[in-house]
Every structure is written in C-alpha cells, then in structure tokens.
Ligand binder design. Structure first.
Ligand SMILES: [Zn+2]
Ligand SMILES: [Zn+2]
Length: 140
C-alpha cells in the first residue's frame, strides 16, 4: 500500500537534500551526513539520519556503497550505474565510469539462473596522486 510518490517526512527530506548537495562522486558517510543535516535541523538525531538513509536507499533516492576496506557505508545521489575505485594507500574512493553492459548481465542471468537486481563493483589499487608519488606499498 505504498503510494507511487511517497511523502517523505521532513527530516528525511533534509537528509536527501544533504546527500544531493554533497553531490555525485562525494561518497559521504552517515556521520558526515549527520553533521551537515544538524546544521539545518539542530534537533535531528543520528538514529534518524541512519534510518532515513536506509529508507531513502530503499526508495531509490540515493545509492548506498559498501566499499571493501571501509568501515562504514557511504552514500551518494542516485545517478547512473558506475563502479568505484578505492586507493589502498590513502583510502580515497572515486567513481569509475564502468557498468556491466546489459548483454553481459543477461548472459550471466541466463547462465546461472539469476535475476540480478543490483551490481556493485569496486576496484582497488593506487589513485593518481599516490601512483605519481610512488607510495611504497607496505615498505617504510
Ligand atoms: Zn591514494
Ligand atoms: Zn559513486
């Protein structure tokens, strides 16, 4: 019984605005969203922000990322499918312009009998500036 355009509670609206203002490619954590949301809505609680982010993700208004190696999930505005890259030296998380093409996806679904609903691809290695400075991996 969910209407097609659900009326968002005011607090959730604030959370959505904050994520959209961080913008694509920013990948904010719940903590960062909370800090920013509190500037506009001083009475908002962290639990509300957390619940709001989960709900907005369910509704498809924002994307949620669980990046391997990152302790906390990150959020970004709902945009086109894209992959991510995490730098193992500095921890930077960037957007990568890549998405599994529909034909490949259909092939995988047929071959394995799956109904794929979502994809999440994260590459890792050295980001541009770490690669440039030749950050040694592990050695100190
Ligand atoms: Zn880096
Ligand atoms: Zn992204």
């Amino acid at each position: 019984m969910s209407p097609s355009t659900p009326q968002l509670p005011a607090n959730y609206r604030v959370i959505l605005d904050v994520v959209n203002e961080f913008g694509a490619g920013r990948h904010a954590t719940a903590q960062e969203v909370f800090m920013r949301a509190r500037e506009r809505q001083p009475r908002i609680g962290f639990t509300t922000v957390h619940r709001g982010l989960a709900r907005l993700h369910e509704l498809g208004h924002i994307l949620k990322l669980d990046i391997p190696g990152e302790g906390s999930a990150m959020y970004e505005p709902a945009t086109d499918d894209h992959a991510h890259f995490r730098c193992t030296a500095c921890g930077a998380v960037e957007d990568v312009d890549y998405a599994c093409d529909p034909a490949t996806r259909a092939l995988l679904e047929a071959r394995h009998g799956l109904a794929i609903r979502q994809e999440s691809i994260t590459f890792s290695g050295l980001c541009r500036s770490c690669a440039a400075t030749g950050t040694p991996s592990g050695a100190s």
